[in-house]
Design a protein around this ligand. Structure first.
Ligand code: NCD
Length: 361
């Protein structure tokens, strides 16, 4: 069964499929309005969230489905000490698909291992946030039209910002991507992410110490807030929180066709004066998040249905396992030691699974 825990769980082709489906949903919303009728999304949010949870909720509602879940772990059995594995086993009985946000890194991966329904990672600690990345990608696709040969500036909290980590993993698979990393030295990209970039073989990243240096270089500027909740030392947060602020003067240094993205919430890292600049795409990005989550829920449920059908198909072969041997001497079963499998066609005739030769009339 397919889950979405990390952006690289999807191939580049599957990402294209999701982008195209999201664009189709935007163009023909009525065609999808009942596509999840009778289905339930469980939103298991162990960490505060406004837009991601509401975006999932609104996505499922617009597909005609329903939503259940919790937005505060204190109101669930977690407060009684229940493990993620047990919670997910229980929720698998009540819902058709799960969106999970957790403060522990890797929690959605554990959930996927125990779940009988698809699990979507809606953000795990400072680790990963694949649906934000799909949102970012759809925005880039709609605003710039392509993913190849883009220079992406990543600014702010590159250490704890899970949206940054996921976006890097996703964009690193396209030809000619370059990253310009802009952060105070305490909030630099973790080493494991840098190693991932180095392993990819592309001459991909440079680190600069001011936004001014980066502005003329970038096609996409990805701003992030400093992640207060992940600091052990509140004084360190106070010292770093105002490190990089994007304002109209800095926007004047950028290309006319670049875009500014931000996963939101914004604290003070983009001044409100920038909001009216047509290159500020962060509120359009929010709307794209709903469409791409609609595409994702729709697709994961479709893949699950197809898998169940294939399984049934296979089981029908297994049931016919002790059927007579295929009489066709040109069939592979005549010369190789493969299992003799058969199926009944729509007219009730038993046929060989491999060559379709009738075994009995
Ligand atoms: C981000 C997140 O939760 O990681 N927000 C979001 O999903 N819209 C970014 C953040 O919290 O700073």
């Amino acid at each position: 069964m397919r889950h979405l825990i990390d952006p690289t769980d999807l191939t580049v082709e599957e990402i294209d499929l999701l982008m195209n489906r999201a664009l189709d949903i935007i163009a023909h919303p009525a065609q999808y309005a009942e596509s999840c009728h009778g289905k339930k999304l469980a939103t298991l949010f162990y960490e505060p969230s406004t837009r991601t949870r509401l975006s999932f909720t609104s996505a499922m509602m617009e597909l005609g489905g329903q939503v259940l879940g919790f937005s505060d772990a204190r109101s669930s059995s977690v407060s009684k000490g229940e493990t993620v594995a047990d919670t997910v086993r229980v929720v698998s009985c009540f819902a058709d698909i799960i969106a999970m946000r957790h403060y522990k890194e890797g929690a959605p991966r554990v959930a996927a291992a125990y779940s009988r329904i698809p699990v979507i990672n809606a953000g795990d600690g400072g680790h990963s946030h694949p649906t934000q990345t799909l949102t970012d990608l759809l925005t880039i696709r709609r605003e710039l039209g392509h993913f190849d040969h883009l220079t992406i500036g990543l600014c702010g909290d590159l250490k704890y910002g899970r949206t940054v980590h996921s976006l890097i993993k996703a964009m690193n698979r396209y030809a000619g991507t370059r990253f310009v990393l802009i952060s105070p030295k305490e909030l630099r990209l973790p080493d494991y992410m840098k190693q991932e970039l180095e392993r990819s073989g592309q001459p991909v990243f440079t680190e600069v110490s001011t936004l001014e240096e980066a502005m003329p270089l970038v096609d996409v500027l990805y701003m992030t807030r400093v992640q207060q909740e992940r600091f052990a030392d509140p004084q360190e947060y106070e010292r770093l929180k105002d490190s990089f602020i994007l304002d109209e003067d800095k926007m004047a240094l950028a290309r006319p066709d670049m875009i500014v993205l931000h996963p939101l919430p914004r604290v003070n890292e983009i001044t409100i004066g920038v909001d009216d600049d047509p290159r500020a795409a962060y509120f359009r990005q929010v709307e794209n998040g709903k469409f791409v989550r609609m595409a994702l829920i729709h697709t994961l449920l479709q893949w699950k249905r197809e898998e169940a059908e294939q399984q049934q198909h296979f089981e029908s072969f297994v049931l016919a396992d002790d059927s007579p041997r295929c009489p066709n001497d040109r069939c592979i079963t005549a010369t190789e030691p493969v299992r003799h499998l058969a199926y009944r066609d729509k007219d009730g005739i038993l046929r060989c699974h491999y060559c379709d030769h009738a075994i009995e009339q």
